[in-house]
Write a protein that binds this ligand. Structure first.
Ligand SMILES: Nc1nc2c(ncn2[C@@H]2O[C@H](COP(=O)(O)OP(=O)(O)OP(=O)(O)O)[C@@H](O)[C@H]2O)c(=O)[nH]1
Ligand SMILES: [Mg+2]
Length: 198
């Protein structure tokens, strides 16, 4: 089993220009505002508030970098989690929104160290237009050395019938709950094997 045994916040940056050197394989955590990106980083790293989460959408406004250590069969593997601002956050001015969009797009298209995109989707609303846009956009920009993993959050809000329905529509769906901490081992395993191929 692979698990994350260490995680630390390194820095925040508004845009790719101010970002860290490309010295580690990165996992970019993307998704709609309030979908649970920061909470998911806390679940993966088994920390309460490494990444700042909030019930108010638009909490994460900068690109935040966290260096992490995986342990697998007594070997250590190093990588970096990147917590990104959410897209679709309505309560900022038009110009501010445009600026965010530009920085976010720049980062995900030009950041060479990204190896894995995690696209988080609210399990209750898997087909929102904005997520469909992200699906096709990631497909379009994805390089050969990159993978996209789609993970459905807030699984605790679905009953069994709703879970079955989601799994019929998305047979490979990985369902997690940051509240109940369910699905996290599976998500860790998938991220680890996408990064390191073991
Ligand atoms: N029930 C439930 N609530 C969750 C889950 N994940 C996150 N939340 C809640 O959803 C809200 C948003 O979580 P965040 O982790 O801040 O979301 P985010 O995607 O980082 O949001 P922004 O930074 O604003 O883009 C918080 O109130 C969390 O407690 C989950 O799996 N289940
Ligand atoms: Mg956040």
């Amino acid at each position: 089993m692979s698990r994350i045994i260490d995680a630390k916040f390194i820095t925040s940056a508004p845009s790719i220009r101010e970002a860290l050197a490309n010295d580690l394989s990165e996992i970019a955590v993307m998704g709609r505002s309030n979908v649970g990106k920061s909470s998911f980083i806390n679940s993966l790293t088994n920390r309460k508030s490494l990444a700042k989460s909030s019930a108010t959408p638009g909490k994460t406004r900068l690109i935040n970098f966290f260096d992490i250590t995986f342990l697998k069969d007594d070997d250590r593997f190093f990588a970096r989690l990147v917590d990104l601002p959410g897209f679709g956050y309505a309560r900022v001015s038009k110009s501010e929104k445009k600026q965010w969009q530009k920085y976010l797009t720049e980062f995900i298209t030009h950041r060479s160290s990204i190896r894995v995109f995690i696209h988080l989707v609210d399990a209750r609303h898997p087909k929102m237009a904005i997520d469909e846009d992200v699906r096709s956009y990631l497909k379009e920009i994805k390089r050969g050395d990159q993978e996209v993993i789609e993970i459905f959050t807030k699984a605790d809000k679905l009953n069994q019938k709703e879970k079955n329905k989601l799994l019929r529509e998305f047979p490979d769906a990985v369902l997690v709950s940051n509240l109940k901490k369910s699905g996290i081992d599976k998500a860790t395993k998938i991220v680890f094997s996408s990064l390191f191929g073991v």
